[in-house]
Design a protein around this ligand. Structure first.
Ligand SMILES: Cc1ncc(COP(=O)(O)O)c(C=O)c1O
Length: 418
């Protein structure tokens, strides 16, 4: 080799990159832990049973007997391969079309389009709509899929991040774009913020989008099937579903499957169908999932008890943690972030290890780049399938861990790290 100094792969031997410290040490405890058992409130980690608080099975529908039956029937009839090809060519079926109609109806929109993964749905939807003169205005704490979509769509040139849920900051950008506006504006935000559990201020955002003639895209991955009286999401919760131009949900969380959906006006959804590269150039959603998602939707529509249980468990866990002095920020959803004192990764690792080893309680730590630098939290996910006993045992564990590690809970790291 003429110049051996600049090998592309050198970085792979360093402790750089995302989670480099964990990668280089061969960690399988804090990152990529190997879990055994089916996703649910009790799983096994390193051979021992743990109470699981890290799986997004909000409605507790993972493993629902009816859904399993439907999926088994679908597997028998269609195998794992049906349909083959992209929707544009050979991957379209009447079942896909019917499911899109049902989802559109559930979401109170005229039309919808399925995607294979939530990530691909966000990427495809946003990038299909943003042209040369259009601008994305995005909440700074939005999920990586939206940030990547904004970068891809605008080639990094013209997207504007606004401060998290800060309406002054959003209005500042809308006003300044409107001074010299050449194209459209798409406001992009999560509905329920997946790490903090707080909600986008959709009442105010929908007003601003009308005032400044912008369009609004909501990624409601964590609100779909969770928020609102019927689980239609954060738009339903605020009573503004009709003002959301594009509503996006993933099936990877409350629906306990895989795939995503974008719902909106018919002509806009058709534009996305023909222009989203993650639809046009990717294989269609497998039939097993189409059928399982359809069955799950039916259960969600008919039986509110799953969501009611989820909220009861969530409130019990959240109130208990606050009573113990833990800072859970301003969550308004089941997502329960427990902020680690001083935003310290080392303290977080001691807390996680003690909870797992001494109390059989499994939580995941979340650190940069998932949350901004300086923030460390446990993102706990109460679900409909947890029991009162799970919560009580967990609160005892947090109390024991707090006292034994002599945690200083007097500061509010959630506010410090806004
Ligand atoms: C807010 C948000 N958007 C999109 C995604 C991606 O969804 P999926 O896992 O279905 O690809 C996630 C998943 O982590 C998410 O939390």
């Amino acid at each position: 080799m003429e110049n051996s100094q600049n090998d592309l792969f050198d970085k792979c031997k360093s402790d750089g990159g995302y989670f480099g410290r964990f990668r280089i040490s061969g960690d399988d405890y804090f990152t990529q832990p190997v879990l055994e058992g089916l996703p649910g409130p009790r799983m096994k980690f390193k051979g021992r049973e743990v109470i699981m608080w890290a799986v997004n099975n909000y409605a507790g529908l993972a493993g629902h007997e009816k859904v399993k039956e439907v999926a088994v029937e679908a597997a028998k009839k269609y195998g794992t391969y049906t349909p083959m090809g992209s929707r544009m060519l050979t991957g379209n079926t009447i079942e896909h079309i019917e499911l899109e109609k049902k989802l559109a109806k559930f979401l109170q929109k005229p039309s919808s389009i399925l995607f294979n993964y939530g990530y691909l749905g966000v990427l495809g939807t946003i990038s299909a709509l943003i042209g040369k003169d259009d601008i994305v205005v995005i909440d700074k704490l939005s999920h990586a899929s939206m940030v990547d979509a904004a970068i891809l769509a605008s080639a990094g040139r013209r997207f504007r991040p606004y401060r998290h849920n800060d309406m002054e900051s959003l209005e500042f950008h809308l006003k300044s774009i409107n001074k010299d506006r050449k194209g459209g504006i798409l406001i992009v935000t999560e509905g329920v913020f997946g790490m903090r559990g707080d909600l986008a201020r959709l009442d105010a955002i929908t007003e601003l989008k009308e005032k400044y003639s912008a369009r609004l895209f909501i990624d409601d991955a964590h609100g779909f099937g969770v928020m609102g009286d019927n689980g239609r999401g954060t738009g339903e919760y605020y009573g503004v579903q009709d003002k959301i131009d594009l509503y996006f949900g993933t099936f990877a969380k409350a629906f306990a499957a895989i795939g995503g959906v974008t719902a909106g006006e018919k002509d806009v959804i058709e534009w996305i169908r023909y222009n989203a590269r993650t639809n046009v150039f990717a294989k269609s959603l497998p039939m097993i999932f189409v059928k399982a998602i359809e069955a799950t939707l039916e259960i969600m529509e008919k039986d509110p008890s799953y969501r009611e249980n989820m909220w009861r468990i969530a409130k019990k866990l959240q109130n208990g943690l606050v009573e113990l002095g833990f800072d859970i920020g301003d969550t308004k959803s089941p997502i329960t972030p427990v902020y680690v004192p001083a935003g310290s990764e080392d303290i977080a690792m001691s807390m996680i290890a003690m909870l797992r080893e001494d109390y059989g309680v499994f939580v995941s730590g979340v650190t940069y780049p998932v949350v901004p630098p300086g923030v460390v939290l446990f993102r706990m996910i109460p679900t409909a399938s947890h029991t009162d006993e799970d919560v009580e045992q967990t609160l005892k564990a947090f109390k024991g861990m707090r006292d034994r590690l002599k945690l200083d809970l007097s500061e509010k790291p959630s506010l410090k790290n806004r």
